[in-house]
Design a protein around this ligand. Structure first.
Ligand SMILES: *Cc1c(COP(=O)(O)O)cnc(C)c1O
Length: 379
């Protein structure tokens, strides 16, 4: 990255770590054989992929046969939700603060005749577990709940959600895209039926992700991508070897360095947040006691984020989710937490990461304070 740029948008995507890139490179031009063949080169590729899969599986404490490689979180989410299109139970529960990939797949299911209930959250971004229990019906097939919110960093109690759903014989899809690499995830403990992740959110390459499917859920859903029978028929198409190797390496590095990263980034995030909250009227969005350590989302009333982002020039921050940033509609997550349109449109997400420095935080503080003041003076 150009060293004049300060990148604080790690929740949108992360750079590929050099060490990850090094591990990937041989798989483009040296070890390029199709892993689905019978010849020796193919068999070597199968072994390599199997090793990477074992590594990913053991990180989540699952078995490698329960992992399906996808093009990213969006595809995994679509497979998990649309996989139920032939289900006799036709009710899905989702949460209003889920990622658009979940919400839009749910809207599609409504067109197929499903009914979807969208659980509300409180001003902290937290859902009410009693409301979840109350909304589950005889014909509920799936509950969708993200582990960590991409806009606010709020962490949901997935284990409790899972227990409630399973008491009622309902499957659970957990979008863990934002959490993988930032916290340890033990699926023996969380016990969800589907878990989705994407390599580019933890310093791996774009265009590759994974979907965990429990044995139980496998019996009830159908694949989206039909083809050459790859991945036990769950997802046809030639495996993205380099991407898979890169994702395994990225996950290994993130978990090896998690403790150190957490300490370092929490410190920087807290320093940034504390001083930004000193700006008159500024407040934080998402007050769950459990929050991602790299994320802070702050509302600066009187300073529209769209204008603030333009004025911050070489500082990359985001207003709401990456998708809604283009259209500049108020974030559905912040709206769900009770913010007015105006306050939702005056909120900025700062997401820090592996390469954020103290000097960058100092510079960001100076710039944000100055530009908020200027914008307010203009008004
Ligand atoms: C980024 C993100 C996605 C989408 O991931 P892709 O790799 O772009 O498909 C889904 N959910 C959450 C929470 C995310 O942060």
């Amino acid at each position: 990255m150009d060293s004049n740029f300060i990148y604080l948008d790690y929740n949108a995507t992360t750079p590929v770590d050099e060490r990850v890139l090094d591990e990937m490179l041989p798989f483009f031009s040296t070890y390029y054989a199709n892993p689905a063949g019978l010849h020796l080169l193919s068999l070597t590729m199968q072994d390599t992929i199997e090793e990477a899969t074992e590594e990913i599986a053991s990180a989540f404490r699952i078995r490698s046969k329960n992992i399906i490689y996808t093009s990213g979180a969006t595809e995994g989410i679509n497979l998990a939700i649309k996989g139920f299109q032939f289900s006799v139970k036709k009710h899905i529960v989702s949460i209003v603060t889920e990622h658009k990939a979940v919400l839009e797949a749910c809207v599609f299911m409504e067109r197929l005749g499903f009914e979807v209930s969208y659980l509300e959250v409180d001003e902290k971004g937290m859902l009410d577990l009693n409301a979840l229990t109350g909304i589950i019906r005889q014909d509920t097939v799936l509950v969708c709940a993200m582990l960590a919110n991409n806009e606010t960093g709020v962490i949901l109690p997935i284990k409790e959600i899972s227990e409630i759903a399973h008491q009622h014989n309902v499957f659970v899809l957990c979008d863990a895209t934002q959490a993988v690499g930032k916290m340890r995830i033990d699926l023996c403990d969380l016990a969800v039926d589907f878990l989705v992740f994407s390599a580019h959110k933890f310093y791996g390459p774009k265009g590759v992700g994974g979907l965990y499917i429990s044995d139980r859920a496998k019996q009830d859903i159908f694949p989206l991508m039909h083809g050459g029978g790859q991945q036990q028929g769950w997802r046809g198409g030639t495996l993205n070897t380099a991407g898979i190797i890169g994702m395994a390496a990225a996950l290994r590095i993130a978990l090896d360095e998690l403790q150190w990263d957490q300490q370092r980034v929490t410190h920087l995030r807290d320093a940034l947040e504390t001083e930004l909250l000193d700006i008159t009227g500024a407040y934080r969005n998402g007050h769950s006691p459990q929050r991602l350590y790299n994320t802070t989302n702050i509302c600066f009333p009187g300073a529209l984020s769209e204008q603030l982002i333009i004025r911050l020039k070489t500082i990359s921050v985001s207003s709401g989710s990456a998708c809604s940033a283009v259209t500049s509609r108020p974030s559905h997550v912040l709206k769900a937490m009770g913010l007015s349109d105006l306050h939702a449109l005056s909120s900025i997400r700062f997401s820090l990461g592996r390469f954020t420095t103290e000097a960058e935080i100092a510079q960001t503080l100076e710039q944000v304070k100055q530009q908020v003041r200027k914008l307010r003076n203009l008004a």
